[in-house]
Design a protein around this ligand. Structure first.
Ligand code: NAP
Length: 316
């Protein structure tokens, strides 16, 4: 249940992640919520439960006056770099979904249910990349039980991962003809998405050297990222033991053969096909699917806020 007096700002309220953030906050009964976006959207309205909120322009000045306790940012790197420090200086705890602060020393990078014990009254909390959240939820129980020697994965990422522009791109074409150009920067021989996945997963799990190799692609799917993952553990771990660990892990649910359609709208990471990797004595192969807009973004941020409230790190 939401805290009526907590003054919340949702910045990026007109976007793919912001829309889901508003839905989740309304479902939880938070009442004191304001919506912000760029000057393009100022004056428009967004749906909040059974009412509408007027969209305000997000400027550093709008956040400087100490009138918000908590801000969810889903505006992209450049805008976060400008707006988040202003809101933090204005006294709001900022949960940022861009990559602006994720690897900044001293800024916690948090997956609720995986490493929220690192929360400690910080002004800025970073929400990881959607694929890193999904991967960390799966790896954490296996890592705690048997150690991680290495991880390889292939991702099949939905178009909503590229925001409203990605959704529009898919809607405007026949799926078989969808423009699947990868929207990530190429850094050397890797996409930025692949290096983020490695660096962020290492930071979340507190394993700075664990080898992680990913190949990321977009697929013509609206919502839901899939991952085929091969995990090499330090100690032996059977598929049955791994299944038991994953069945008991927070925000993970075992499923038969989940598709993105099955995962869309679900809160948990769905995991299936946990089996021996026949190429590796200490290897497991598995499949997972996650709603990238929920646990991959908005839901994880709301769960971080709930963890902050539980620990009295936000005004109740
Ligand atoms: N989509 C995902 O699955 C996902 C997952 C994890 C993290 N993220 C991250 O979340 C952020 C937002 O993603 P999205 O998918 O929601 O993108 P999106 O659909 O393109 O929405 C972007 C939002 O940011 C606002 N915005 C853009 N520039 C702004 C500025 N200068 N000042 C204020 N508001 C501005 C937009 O407002 P206007 O409507 O006024 O332009 C819109 O509300 C990105 O950093 C992304 O990397 C996304």
């Amino acid at each position: 249940m939401g805290t009526p007096d907590l003054r919340i700002g949702v910045v990026g309220a007109t976007g793919a992640v912001g829309t889901v953030t508003l839905q989740l906050l309304a479902e939880r009964g938070f009442e004191n919520v304001r919506a912000f976006a760029s000057s393009r959207s100022a004056g428009k309205t967004v749906v909040y439960g059974d009412r509408e909120l007027a969209v305000e322009e997000a400027t550093p000045e709008a956040f400087a006056s100490g009138n918000l306790d908590l801000c969810f940012f889903s505006v992209g790197t450049e805008a976060s770099l400008e707006l988040v420090p202003a809101a933090a200086a204005g006294g709001a705890v900022c949960i940022d979904k861009s990559d602006a602060f994720r690897l900044t020393e001293g800024v916690p990078l948090v997956v609720a249910g995986v490493n929220d014990e690192v929360l400690n009254g910080d002004e800025i909390v970073a929400n990881p990349n959607c694929s890193a959240i999904q991967l960390a939820c799966v790896l954490k129980p296996l890592s705690d039980a048997a150690g991680l020697a290495g991880v390889r994965l292939a991702t099949y990422q939905s178009m909503s991962g590229a925001g409203d522009a990605g959704i529009e791109r898919l809607r405007a074409t026949q799926p078989m003809e969808a423009d699947l150009a990868m929207d990530w920067d190429l850094e050397g021989d890797e996409f930025s998405e692949e290096s983020k996945l490695r660096a962020e997963t290492r930071k979340i799990l507190g394993l700075p050297d664990v080898p992680i190799q990913a190949t990321c692609v977009r697929v013509p799917v609206l919502v839901g990222h899939s991952q085929a993952t091969w995990v090499e553990t330090v100690e032996p771990l059977s598929p049955d033991e791994a299944s038991e660990l994953l069945a008991a892990a927070p925000h993970v649910r075992l499923a038969e053969f989940p598709t993105p359609k099955e995962a869309a709208g679900e809160d948990d990471v769905l995991v299936a096909r946990i089996r021996q990797d026949l190429t590796d004595r200490r290897g497991l192969a598995l499949w997972s699917v996650c709603d990238n807009l929920r646990k991959g973004a908005a839901l994880n941020a709301v769960q971080i806020a709930e963890a902050l409230l539980e620990r009295r790190l936000l005004p109740a």
